[in-house]
Design a protein around this ligand. Structure first.
Ligand code: NAP
Length: 285
């Protein structure tokens, strides 16, 4: 059993951050959670919620007081625009006595991740998850409204990872020895097509779901209609149409770091079955 530590989690109200918070609490640590809006954070009652903005790093000074570790995101605005304030955040963390840092890789270079990697004053670990299982929540509205999923590239393979496992790897790296200087590619336990995922969600909610394959042109039109900028659309086309090997390779990182096997998509679908069910989505029994 490791000693109880106080850890600051940034991005704490997000898909990954909430899981980092949960996994730290489950291991008995004290969690301080950063958000720009404490009133809307909706975090567990035993979390120390602090307000601050990563794009104004000095607003983090009170949040950093007395923490031994910090989990960092690399972005601070719309469409995950990389933060320019990374070096200052690291400087403040070191001044506050932070010893361990995890950083959630943002899929490309960022000044914050560069600053972390260059910092020999802290034990850092870079977390490089592949596609999140939570991305399947984007299908919830279509499934609830019409019982169908409309997607391009339905045969693409993904090693998608349960966000709870990203949180678990972060929690271990932030509180235990042996993870300094590591870059952890974090994956789920199996390769899945879009069809496999849709079938797992259908099984979890107990009702069939139709899978309609969109052409590339139809997908681009839909992303444009949703207001995505062209560079984001280009990223999605590349990620889905030409998934890099790293995104379709299963690794044993989760088990090696946490001691528990990576969680399956079937488990994720069972945990989220309500989001894909008429009753769950409508919030009625
Ligand atoms: N989706 C995928 O498949 C995938 C795969 C690999 C990597 N990634 C990477 O994962 C990251 C996204 O993580 P996520 O999905 O957990 O994010 P998310 O759910 O969109 O949450 C965003 C979080 O960032 C916080 N935040 C944003 N701007 C902030 C600022 N200026 N100051 C303080 N906090 C700020 C928000 O806090 P408040 O609003 O409470 O302030 C919120 O907690 C991206 O870097 C992405 O590239 C995603």
């Amino acid at each position: 059993m490791t000693q109880t530590q106080r850890i600051l989690v940034t991005g704490s109200t997000g898909t990954v951050g909430r899981q980092v918070v949960a996994e730290l609490l489950a291991r008995g640590h004290v969690v301080r959670a950063l958000t720009r809006d404490a009133a809307r954070a909706d975090l567990p009652a035993d979390v120390e919620v602090v307000q601050g903005d990563l794009s104004a790093p000095d607003s983090l000074i009170p949040a950093l007081e007395g923490v031994t570790g910090i989990h960092l995101i690399t972005f601070g605005g719309a469409y995950f625009a990389p933060l320019g304030s990374g070096p200052r955040i690291l400087e403040l963390a070191r001044e506050a006595g932070v010893r361990r840092v995890t950083v959630l890789h943002g899929g490309g270079p960022s000044p914050l991740e560069d600053a972390v990697r260059a910092d020999d004053g802290v034990d850092w670990t870079v977390l490089m998850p592949v596609e999140f299982m939570a991305n399947a929540l984007e299908w919830a509205d279509g499934i609830v409204a019409s019982g169908e999923v409309r997607e391009p590239f339905v045969s693409r393979l993904s090693a998608m990872v349960h966000e709870g496992d990203i949180g678990a790897v972060a929690a271990v790296a932030l509180t235990e020895e042996g993870h300094a200087g590591q870059e952890y590619v974090i994956t789920g336990p199996e390769l899945l097509t879009v069809g496999d995922k849709v079938a797992a969600i259908a099984a979890a909610r107990g009702r069939d779901i139709a899978l309609v394959e969109l052409t590339e042109e139809q997908a681009v039109a839909r992303w444009r209609a949703a207001g995505h900028p062209e560079d984001v659309i280009g990223f999605l086309l590349e990620a889905y149409g030409n998934t890099p090997e790293v995104g379709r390779t299963v690794l044993d990182t989760v088990e090696k770091v946490t001691g528990s096997p990576a969680r399956s998509f079937a488990r994720w679908a069972a945990e989220h079955a309500d989001a894909f069910s008429v009753t769950g989505a409508a919030g009625t029994a």
